[in-house]
Design a protein around this ligand. Structure first.
Ligand SMILES: Cc1ncc(COP(=O)(O)O)c(C=O)c1O
Length: 421
């Protein structure tokens, strides 16, 4: 019986398709051929998808307001080649550590358009940011105010934003919710006035506005409006950084708001509640990169006991999200889309919880098949690790039939590269 043909879901990159032979094509390249050429597991990034989403964000703002900037929240995919593509698209950047700052600079971001975050920035990180000429530092807590003042010792005030938690929650996993009052991030609404006064009184810091971020993978627009209303009483500022948070489709049945609707909701709320003429900053991370990328694996074993366990050559070392947040992914056999065998897609790690997809219909999975999981661009490479001594996967960028390695696969020698004896 011929396999049931399945439509590609919106979780896949925009330039992916299934060809007449039922084989997955990514950026004009055959997925199974990519697996053969570069090995598995591998992250395959569609360059055109990345560029299209960056352009969609910029365009959505440009049609609604004059004064804005779109920042790539680079924690989602901190990889030089990704920074480079997004810098070329003219967007700005947010970094959450000295390491991300170093990669962002290497990727070509103008330091003046970099914003540095973090609830526990060290003196060394603040000094690095200051010397690099980072445009804005987002102050998170009282301890940091003094630490930053000490670093600003050349007579030129450092532009800063102050991070507040509006006590508004989006409906999302607790571990990626950030806007509640009792958060490790930012000042609560109650504490914010004293912090604002303290920073405004500093001759070393120049407070240009407020920052907030209510959480990630938010699939409704109302919390963003409520958060803007919540911070309005804190004063009148020229700049408001509204964080990121727009959710993405990990599976066919998830319906995130369109980029244009998300931007319209935020811009309209700022104009209505905070007044016209405000500079609006937004920090999409996941919404820029998640759907640009898929992961390819190779099946190593198919075991039938109570369930059908399809064991692949990666897992929690290349995608931690299912284990951290119970995130749900799709999977398919890359050259035989369709269902038929209810399977558990298991990783190779020595850990029962290392299950990439709990329940997935695969088409007669066999050893040697290439499996694809879409929507792994956000927090895949970013959270990759060496658990069980597994080398981290390469990042391969595809576009119009070309594929190039932008991060090579780790080697066993890399695993020992930091040994000193
Ligand atoms: C300050 C800040 N900005 C932006 C983001 C990116 O969020 P997302 O990837 O959901 O767009 C985060 C994520 O936690 C964040 O903390």
């Amino acid at each position: 019986m011929p396999p049931t043909r399945t439509q590609l879901s919106q979780a896949y990159p925009i330039d992916s398709s299934i060809d007449a032979d039922g084989r997955l094509q990514l950026g004009g390249c055959d997925a199974v051929e990519l697996a053969r050429e570069f090995g598995t597991p591998a992250y395959i990034v569609s360059e055109d998808d990345l560029r299209a989403r960056a352009q969609a964000f910029v365009e959505a703002f440009r049609t609604r307001t004059k004064d804005f900037d779109v920042l790539f929240a680079s924690k989602a995919f901190p990889c030089t080649a990704i920074y480079r593509v997004l810098a070329q698209e003219g967007i700005a950047c947010d970094v959450a550590s000295g390491g991300e700052l170093s990669l962002a600079l290497r990727g070509g971001f103008d330091p003046a358009r970099i914003y540095m975050h973090g609830n526990a920035k060290s003196v060394a990180e603040l000094r690095f940011a200051r010397r690099a000429g980072v445009g804005h530092i987002v102050i998170d807590n009282h301890d940091e105010i003094e630490r930053l003042e000490a670093v600003v010792d050349d007579g030129e005030p450092q532009p800063v934003l102050l991070r507040v938690t509006p006590d508004v929650r989006g409906r999302t996993n607790d571990k990626i919710s950030t806007g509640q009052a009792d958060s490790k991030f930012g000042f609560s609404i109650a504490q914010a006035p004293a912090a604002i006064a303290r920073v405004q009184g500093s001759d070393r810091l120049d407070l240009v506005g407020l920052h907030m971020h209510i959480g990630s993978q938010i699939l409704e627009l109302e919390p963003f409006r409520l958060a803007i209303e919540a911070i309005a009483p804190l004063g009148d500022f020229s700049t408001y950084n509204l964080g990121g948070g727009l959710g993405v489709a990990y599976t066919a049945d998830q319906e995130p708001p369109r980029i244009a609707d998300y931007v319209a909701a935020k811009v309209d709320a700022v104009t209505r509640v905070l007044g016209p003429g405000k500079r609006i900053l937004d920090e999409p991370g996941r919404a820029l990169v998640a759907n640009s990328t898929v992961t390819l694996y190779t099946v190593q074993s198919v075991k039938r006991n109570v369930s059908t366990w399809v064991g692949v050559d990666g897992g929690m070392s290349d995608n931690l999200r299912p284990m951290l947040y119970d995130s749900v992914y799709e999977a398919q056999v890359a050259d035989r889309f369709g269902g038929g065998t209810l399977s558990r897609l298991a990783g190779k790690h020595c850990e029962s919880g290392d299950v990439i997809v709990r329940e997935v219909e695969l088409n007669d999975p066999r050893v040697g098949d290439v499996i694809v999981t879409p929507a792994t661009g956000a927090y895949g490479h970013a959270m990759a690790n060496n658990y069980n001594g597994v080398p981290r996967p390469p990042v391969i960028m595809v576009s119009h039939g070309d594929a190039r390695v932008v991060v090579r696969r780790e080697t066993y020698d890399d695993l020992a590269a930091r040994d000193v004896e």
